[in-house]
Design a protein around this ligand. Structure first.
Ligand code: HEM
Length: 459
């Protein structure tokens, strides 16, 4: 067998496991520096292939996508996402994807666009002159509000509270439930179904976060099922849930069951909220760090937007602002890696990949690789104004291939609109001067938040 280079001694594995838990990015960087841009790790009964090579990533995510399924890492998410788009496979995924694509069209997003402005305006209306505002917290609340309205329509205050608390508890559980002692135990005593085993153990631990997590799943299920029932009876056409309820599959004419609708709603609420919110927080950090970029964005926004908030047509003209958002996602991709599992023995380039290997596309490092990017650590939005300037698979913040993000258009429109609305009305300055540290969990977020001083602009 011809495997890519990688660590093999047992003690090195133990050391690496600890490093991965404490400093995941440092772990990937040191692997690629030591062994090259494809690294093979033998982990007891389970192998890993780490990729920092855009051609290899293209082969796994696109060309040979059929040979892979979502990796075992996604099993943990199944507790929340059920059999929704993020976690389903095969025919179930194909059918759901077809129907969901019918709801997330450019036309439908355009129709729902005014609510993005409305919610952003609402957020800003609470800001007071010379306040210190944590933009990370603000973006978190705002993007949840936007995605829940897009998907479910206007919720009552108590429903919003339930939703926000449940989403936070779920994400907290995903962040904290991978215990190092359990990972080490499984390395020393490898068992076949290690993920199912660790999920079972984690879910039985007598911890507050575990109790809150299961309570949250119950409350979100209860809320979403009630909304589905009400919407079915009302038969309106106001949000994406209404569309999904009425949608039938073009192949077999069937619609979605309440269970499927629940899964897709929860998938979209979680996948479409944390990611966009973190991408925005990192973008504001970059704008604060590079005053000349902030000045260009502000000038563009204040020249192009005529009213209080941007119209849909004006968003398309904010070319530099869009490039800033793209460049920020290059350096700080919210989803910092994507993983797949080989369904049978296969090959990546000249190397053998045994069945069951977890193959990980290291988005964070490939988007900073000097092989694909000139001055990779420089924040230079202009690179996104040049055409075909980079290898397509060296920039994959939204993933790639058949499982590419379904919310790209919504996320881009939403992010540009929010940045533009904030900067049209406010000057923003850093409240503290320090570089943010990436906090890695399901997504990558700035650990310290994004605290800024705001000053209203006279229009
Ligand atoms: C800046 C914001 C966003 C980023 C960076 C992002 C990133 C990603 C990535 C990397 C994937 C692929 C995961 C994989 O291949 O394993 C993905 C999938 C997905 N995203 Fe997003 N996303 C964002 C916004 C959204 C929004 C707004 C929605 C809401 C509609 C959404 C819904 C989904 C869904 C449902 C999938 C699964 C698609 C499938 O497997 O068919 N995302 N996203």
């Amino acid at each position: 067998m011809n495997y890519p280079p990688g660590p093999s001694s047992f003690w090195e594995m133990i050391r690496l496991l600890i490093k991965r838990q404490i400093d995941p990015i440092g772990f990937y960087e040191s692997m690629f520096t030591k062994y090259g841009d494809m690294v093979f790790i033998r982990g007891g009964k389970h192998n890993f292939l780490l990729l920092n090579n855009a051609d290899a990533i293209e082969q796994v995510l696109q060309t040979d996508a059929k040979q892979y399924k979502k990796s075992t890492a996604y099993e943990r998410f199944r507790l929340i996402f059920g059999n929704g788009l993020l976690t389903s496979e095969g025919e179930v995924w194909k059918k759901q994807r077809r129907m969901m694509a019918g709801a997330f069209t450019v036309k439908n997003i355009e129709k729902l666009y005014p609510l993005i402005n409305e919610e952003t305006e609402k957020m800003i209306s609470h800001w007071k002159e010379s306040d210190v505002v944590d933009l990370a917290e603000e973006m978190n609340g705002l993007t949840l509000q936007i995605i829940s309205r897009t998907m479910l329509g206007e919720l009552r205050d108590e429903e919003k509270k339930i939703l926000r608390a449940a989403v936070q508890d779920m994400l907290k559980y995903l962040q904290t439930s991978r215990h190092l002692w359990l990972q080490l135990f499984l390395l020393i005593f490898p068992i076949k179904d290690r993920i199912a085993f660790s999920i079972k153990i984690e879910s039985k631990l007598p911890l507050k976060s575990t109790r809150n997590f299961f309570k949250s799943i119950d409350s979100i299920n209860h809320l979403v099922h009630r909304l589905i029932e009400t919407r079915r009876l009302q038969g309106r056409n106001e949000n994406l849930l209404d569309l999904l309820i009425r949608m039938t599959d073009s192949d077999d004419g069937s619609g979605m069951t309440n269970g499927q609708l629940r899964d897709e709603v929860v998938n979209v609420l979680i996948a479409g909220h944390e990611t966009t919110s973190n991408a925005l927080s990192w973008t504001f950090h970059q704008l604060l760090k590079y005053p000349e970029v902030m000045s260009k964005v502000t000038t563009e926004v204040r020249t192009i937007i005529q009213g209080e908030t941007p119209t849909y047509e004006e968003i398309e003209k904010l070319i530099y602002t869009k490039a800033v958002f793209q460049e920020s996602m290059r350096l700080y991709p919210p989803f910092w890696r994507i993983s797949r599992q080989a369904q049978g023995p296969t090959k990546v380039q000249e190397f053998d990949v045994p069945e069951g290997t977890d193959v990980i596309a290291a988005i964070y490092t490939v988007q900073r690789s000097p092989l694909y990017w000139s001055e990779p650590l420089m924040f230079r939005p202009e690179r996104f104004l040049e055409e075909n300037a980079h290898h397509k698979f060296s920039y994959i913040p939204f993933g790639a291939g058949p499982r590419v993000c379904i919310g790209i258009h919504l996320a881009m429109i939403e992010a540009i609109s929010i940045i533009a609305t904030c900067l049209k009305k406010y000057d923003i300055a850093p409240a503290f001067s320090s570089d943010p540290t990436p906090l890695l969990s399901l997504t990558m977020q700035p650990k310290e938040g994004c605290k800024v001083k705001i000053k209203k602009v006279s229009l």
